[in-house]
Design a binder for this molecule. Structure first.
Ligand SMILES: CCCCCCCCCCC/C=C/C(=O)SCCNC(=O)CCNC(=O)[C@H](O)C(C)(C)COP(=O)(O)OP(=O)(O)OC[C@H]1O[C@@H](n2cnc3c(N)ncnc32)[C@H](O)[C@@H]1OP(=O)(O)O
Ligand SMILES: NC(=O)C1=CN([C@@H]2O[C@H](COP(=O)(O)OP(=O)(O)OC[C@H]3O[C@@H](n4cnc5c(N)ncnc54)[C@H](OP(=O)(O)O)[C@@H]3O)[C@@H](O)[C@H]2O)C=CC1
Length: 284
């Protein structure tokens, strides 16, 4: 669907690129000619992904171990990356998520999620942006992976929702502040895309599994990784050079179905024709 060299010459950092959607985006970026650096905390996971994706795509990929919650670690990672060649594109994808009653969360639990999502995205963005601005480098992109809850809020995942809403505010604010400097920002708002990381934390069997989940999605299916990876490739490419400060929702319409009438509207989808017929005014 894209010209095969869409991202040729682009050097991209994908935080959390060793697993899940980060890995899938990395795969697509490599296929399209990019040079990709992935980071994460587990170096064995990173190494395995580098080996696999280099083999599958023949692309140029490297990994740097980094906990994005630690400012000095982020600076050291950026120095390592820049020593070879400056980045063109940063993808803030690393995240942490906890499904729990909010009033029972410890402060360490709250900090763990805010640290990865809010602080980590800010540290990476500022570390890359400062280097670009100091060197007068233009045509650069920061793309962040959000959640629908950043727009709507969500019970039982409050720290993640708060943190992603903060990253959305960063995306919109920097679009204006950094746009004149040739740095654009954008975001993706994914609905459900099965990954080990998300499903192991968010889909205990009590939630009814994918069968219950797809009833909440107008297209009646979860997302395919390739669909998100293609959107990501377009948004970071020069083809999207006039998109700045926007967050694109890719959720099969889930957010719209959850809105409006809420649970009672949801239930109406299962009404029978007879139930609807009973509502029609009777002709005299
Ligand atoms: C039918 C409808 C279904 C809808 C479902 C659809 C889903 C679609 C929407 C998906 C949105 C997805 C968003 C995502 O971000 S998915 C990404 C998931 N990936 C990850 O989270 C990977 C990284 N995560 C982690 O590393 C950990 O989970 C963590 C964030 C906890 C950080 O790990 P770390 O090792 O730093 O921290 P600790 O393990 O030491 O824990 C720190 C404190 O947090 C407490 N904790 C941990 N888990 C829980 C829990 N489940 N409940 C309560 N508290 C928890 C832990 O006890 C520590 O606190 P204390 O020291 O005080 O005990
Ligand atoms: N899957 C889904 O349905 C949805 C996902 N998203 C978003 O998509 C993105 C990817 O999630 P997904 O692929 O599902 O989940 P994963 O758990 O597979 O991805 C999270 C990645 O972040 C890395 N990471 C976590 N903490 C840190 C840290 N402190 N420093 C560096 N890296 C870290 C993890 O690696 P390591 O543990 O080795 O550090 C892991 O590779 C996230 O931003 C998530 O919020 C949004 C909506 C829906």
């Amino acid at each position: 669907m894209f010209q095969p060299d869409l991202l040729k010459g682009k050097r991209i950092l994908v935080t959390g690129g060793g697993t899940g959607l980060g890995r899938s985006m990395t795969h697509r970026f490599l296929e399209l000619g990019a040079n990709v650096v992935i980071c994460g905390r587990r170096e064995d996971v990173l190494k395995q992904t580098v080996d696999e994706l280099a083999k599958e795509t023949g692309g140029e990929i490297e990994a740097v171990g980094c906990d994005v919650r630690i400012p000095d670690a982020v600076e050291a990672m950026m120095d390592t990356i820049w020593a070879k060649r400056p980045l063109d594109i940063l993808v803030n994808n690393a995240a942490g998520q906890i499904l729990a009653q909010t009033h029972k969360l410890s402060t360490r639990a709250i900090d763990a999620v805010l640290g990865i999502v809010l602080h980590g995205s800010a540290y990476c963005t500022v570390a890359a942006g400062r280097r670009w601005i100091d060197a007068g480098l233009r045509d650069r992109v920061v793309m962040s992976i959000l959640t629908v809850s950043s727009l709507t809020g969500a019970p039982f995942t409050v720290p993640s929702s708060m943190a992603k809403a903060g990253v959305l505010a960063m995306t919109k604010s920097l679009a204006v502040e950094w746009g004149p400097k040739g740095i654009r920002t954008c975001a993706i708002v994914p609905g459900p895309f099965p990954t080990e990381g998300a499903w192991s934390r968010l889909m205990p069997k009590e939630r009814g599994g994918n069968e219950e989940l797809v009833k909440t999605i107008p297209l009646r299916r979860v997302g395919e990784h390739e669909e998100l990876a293609n959107l990501a490739a377009f948004l970071v490419s020069d083809g999207a050079a006039y998109i700045n400060g926007d967050a694109v929702v890719i959720d099969g319409g889930k957010m719209l179905q959850s809105g409006g009438g809420g649970a009672s509207t949801q239930a109406m989808l299962d009404w029978t024709d007879e139930q609807w017929e009973a509502l029609r005014p009777k002709r005299k």
